[in-house]
Design a protein around this ligand. Structure first.
Ligand code: C2E
Ligand code: CA
Ligand code: CA
Length: 401
């Protein structure tokens, strides 16, 4: 249903039952002609099952179901306009094995319809929409935690003042056995919604600590940062878990840095700030990621025990062409410095951008202009290789010791 939650919020929870009953009643009437059965799935979601019929008949039923929900519903004598959108999938065309998966595909098609502004859509694997695949992928992700399909890539942070490598950011990829390399934006949001983000982040931190030891064995002592979801901070023991992993690794806590966005502290500011304080007290470095894109609250920024602010790449990438982006970047640099923070610019794609950032007093930069994210071995080779001089026009020196 469209507008359902808003309607309930406006009319109160007592409106829910009569409204759902009215919806079900209309759907039953629409379904009666074709002998299909109506199910209430949950909240404002209903399913109709139409056995042994053609695709054309299924489309007719869908149309009829949507149409019957267009007319206003009288609730407490107020005409309430809801409307609906739908998804279709069919057995055995879309799914041969699992009834639950067939329903999931219908569900995905419904969301597709809603996102694309259409009234209904059929599940279509060939449309190759990432969101369609993600639910299937997610089923597989649980298994990847045990299998060896998660890879960390490392992207250098380049100190603009000294010309040294100042850190490496661990960026996650999923090496899917049949779909190839899947970028984090495709599956992280789903893991956040399902809670799978908790074991996933543990795995990332563990792997990053193991890789840190490898970097150090090569004489590379720069810190490694990992991305932490806002969701992670809502787990009461998160800080203690991370500290336990660091302790078990035998590495100094200052070798690990956590990057998180401002949204992390929005829901439970006091608890999250307390957890952040425990982490910094133990010696971990903390950075605000994607600065400028979230709901920045300067009051919170002042309270947060962070050491670094990362300016989001959406401002940095085109700052030489877009005067507004340049202004935002410069203002962020000076804000960070006024607050006593270091500032890293993300998404520096060329030498001219690196030069401008240096001239504006930005401490460090990260981006394709320095290096792309690389697998561990390549990152080690990159850090050891002074050939970066020509690209970044600055002295390359790696941290040794
Ligand atoms: P982020 O933390 O802002 O990471 C920077 C992203 O920008 C990375 O994409 C990186 O490959 C890309 N990038 C770096 N330099 C440039 C550049 O010069 N130009 C352009 N166009 N892009 C550049 P990636 O690796 O796909 O990661 C996307 C996002 O996924 C990350 O954004 C981060 O929020 C999230 N992410 C990555 N790994 C993890 C993880 O282990 N856990 C969690 N929770 N989130 C992660
Ligand atoms: Ca990051
Ligand atoms: Ca970013």
């Amino acid at each position: 249903m469209d507008n359902y939650q808003d309607t309930i919020s406006a009319l109160g929870l007592t409106a829910e039952r009569p409204l759902l009953q009215a919806i079900a009643e209309r759907l039953r009437n629409a379904a009666a002609a074709s002998n299909s059965t109506v199910f209430h799935i949950h909240d404002d979601h209903f399913a109709l099952i139409l056995p042994q019929r053609s695709r054309r008949e299924a489309l007719q039923l869908t149309q009829a179901a949507i149409d019957c929900l267009q007319a206003p519903f009288p609730v407490y004598n107020i005409p309430v306009y809801l409307g609906a959108h739908a998804g279709l999938s069919s057995f055995p065309f879309h799914e041969q094995d699992e009834p639950a998966r067939l329903l999931t595909k219908t569900w995905l098609a419904m969301h597709q319809a809603s996102h694309s502004g259409r009234r209904y859509r059929s599940y279509d694997r060939r449309s190759d929409d990432t969101s369609l695949h993600t639910a299937e992928l997610l089923g597989g992700l649980q298994g990847t935690l045990e299998q060896d399909q998660l890879r960390l890539f490392y992207q250098p942070k380049f100190d603009l003042e000294t010309g040294r490598l100042s850190g490496m950011e661990a960026l996650l990829r999923w090496e899917h056995p049949t779909r190839g390399r899947i970028p984090p934006d495709t599956f992280i949001p789903q893991t956040e919604r399902t809670g799978l983000i908790h074991p996933l982040t543990r795995r990332v931190v563990e792997q990053a600590l193991a890789d840190l030891a490898t970097f150090r064995a090569h004489g590379l002592a720069m810190p490694v940062s990992v991305n932490i979801s806002a969701r992670n901070f809502l787990e009461p023991d998160f800080a203690e878990d991370v500290l336990a992993m660091v302790h078990a690794s035998g590495l100094p806590p200052c070798a690990l840095e956590l990057e998180f966005t401002e949204s992390a502290i929005m829901s439970e500011p006091d608890e999250v700030i307390a957890a952040l304080n425990r982490l910094t007290a133990a010696g971990l470095a903390l950075s605000i990621d994607d600065f400028g894109t979230g709901y920045s609250s300067l009051a919170y920024l002042k309270r947060m025990p962070v050491t670094t602010l990362k300016i989001d790449q959406t401002f940095v990438r085109q700052m030489l062409e877009q005067p507004v982006d340049a202004q935002i970047t410069r203002a962020s640099i000076s804000l960070a410095h006024d607050l006593g923070l270091k500032v890293v610019a993300e998404g520096a794609e060329d030498t001219a951008t690196l030069d401008a950032l240096r001239a504006w007093g930005c401490n460090a930069a990260q981006g394709y202009g320095v290096a792309r994210p690389m697998l561990l071995d390549a990152a080690i080779a990159w850090a050891e290789d002074c050939g970066i001089e020509s690209r970044v026009q600055a002295r390359c020196a790696t941290h040794r010791g």
